[in-house]
Design a protein around this ligand. Structure first.
Ligand code: ADP
Length: 450
């Protein structure tokens, strides 16, 4: 059977009360014993004073002992010589104090008188010829101690009740933000990711927890939003070629049946299919990279090989536009990367440079090493440039500066998004530097081989 209370509030209250009760008990016991020791010490000191008085008087002359009682006020003492009492005060006789026998050693003891039912503190000092015993009534001390004990004993349950009530109240107050957080968290669903947990004090533990949770929510919201946008954009992009194919097909169906016309129709349909295939492939690449299911096959390669291969792959396109396409390098620059993936990113950059640079333009692919040790591939063109307002967004999926123009050029708005993902998958980053009318430079920076 599990006796552990389920609620944290209850657990905190019980712990708090138990610890507080323990402290109060220990403190009460401490007070009680301290007071008791002090009171008895005082009484014993008083008895020792009386004993010295009686002893001094005895030394002056045993017959003077009554003076100790009358002049010095020692009211309870007895002096015996051998077995017979030499002097005994009236109060001693009344109390019926009987110390017959004795150990022969000095002794301090409490003695309960059967006569008056009082307890006496007795100090006995045996000597070779005589024995002196002094006593004092300790019932006042006992009464005081009893009252103190009663007060403390009654105070403990009272303190316990206060501890429970206080603990319950305090735990309730301390845990209130958790309740509010739980209520709010319960209301948050995929459709209300914009909601946030209440943060009463961002610097305390619960505040920090709520802040961390809110940051997670913000990231989730951002991912959901991007996913939603991506799905909407992808559907839109898929619909365009499909609509085109459908209208071309419909027109052909209702128009003449000339084989040449059919050939044209099939040709343009195939173009759209090509577009669709490219789009689906790009989407697949991005999705695989997003889900990080892409298996990287890393190896040490010379970056120049990748740059040359990408440039040669697209040279024919540059030649069609009478552009110059040069690859430059400082020498071999080795990096540890997935060459096929990285090449895909570089191909996209070079493809863009060719696509967006005017005929007879110049494109330069440079492989260098930064002073920091990073390996760099720069794709530079003297094309139209990218306005700074767009520079922050061109890496977003489906983002095109001039949608009409880039669609005609076959652009899907995914080229740079894929380039960035391939570079990041290889542990690098990508930067853009551009000036309207002067050209654009895309810079891929990869960690140095270590
Ligand atoms: P797209 O498939 O449309 O080329 P990208 O993601 O590759 O999509 O590029 C996004 C946008 O950035 C393009 O629409 C284009 O306007 C702009 N862009 C990319 N590269 C260059 C470049 N070298 N010069 C000028 N504009 C560029």
């Amino acid at each position: 059977m599990n006796l552990r209370p389920r609620s944290v509030r209850m657990r905190l209250t019980l712990w708090h009360s138990a610890v507080l009760t323990l402290i109060v008990c220990a403190f009460s016991a401490g007070i009680f014993f301290f007071v008791r020791v002090r009171l008895f010490d005082d009484l014993d000191a008083y008895l020792k004073r009386d004993l010295s008085t009686v002893e001094a008087t005895y030394r002056e002359g045993p017959t003077e002992l009554f003076e100790a009682e009358t002049r010095s006020g020692v009211k309870l003492f007895e002096v015996t010589e051998g077995q017979s009492p030499l002097y005994r005060t009236d109060l001693w006789a009344q109390a019926g104090l009987d110390l017959a026998g004795g150990s022969g050693h000095p002794a301090l003891m409490s003695w309960r008188s059967p006569k008056d039912d009082k307890t006496y503190r007795v100090l006995v000092a045996p000597h070779s010829t005589h024995r002196i015993a002094v006593a004092a009534d300790e019932s006042t001390i006992r009464r005081t101690l009893w009252t103190l004990g009663a007060i403390l004993a009654l105070g403990i349950p009272f303190a316990m009740a206060l501890a429970v009530a206080g603990g319950w109240f305090l735990a309730g107050r301390v845990l209130a933000p958790v309740g509010a957080m739980a209520d709010q968290a319960r209301r948050i669903s995929a459709d209300s990711l914009a909601a946030r947990l209440p943060v009463e004090n961002p610097h305390d533990e619960f505040g920090r927890l709520a802040t961390v949770f809110n940051e997670t929510l913000a990231r989730l919201e951002d991912s959901f939003e991007r996913l939603r946008r991506f799905t909407a954009d992808a559907s839109h992009e898929l619909r365009t070629p499909l609509t085109a194919m459908r209208s071309v097909g419909e027109v052909a169906l209702h128009a003449s049946v000339e084989p040449a016309v059919y050939r044209d129709v099939i040709g343009s349909m195939l173009e759209e299919v090509e577009r669709l295939t490219a789009l689906v492939e790009s989407l697949l690449t991005l999705t695989r990279m997003d889900s990080q299911r892409l298996q990287l096959s890393r190896e040490v390669v010379d970056l120049r090989t990748i740059a040359v291969s990408a440039a040669e792959h697209l040279r024919v396109l540059a030649e069609e536009k009478n552009q110059t396409l040069r690859v430059e390098s400082d020498g071999p620059i080795e990096v540890n990367c997935d060459p096929a993936l990285l090449r895909q990113g570089v191909v996209n950059l070079v493809d863009n440079a060719i696509k967006y640079t005017q005929a007879k333009g110049h494109i330069r692919v440079a492989v260098t090493r930064h002073a920091s040790g990073e390996a760099v591939i720069e794709v530079e063109d003297d094309g139209p440039g990218i306005a700074s307002a767009h520079q922050g967004r061109i890496f977003e999926r489906f983002y095109r500066i001039d949608p009409a123009r880039s669609r005609n050029d076959g652009g899907l708005g995914l080229g740079l998004a894929i380039a960035r993902s391939t570079v990041e998958a290889n542990g690098g980053r990508i930067e853009v530097e551009s000036q309207i009318g002067r050209g654009t430079t895309f810079r891929v920076l990869l960690p140095s081989r270590s």
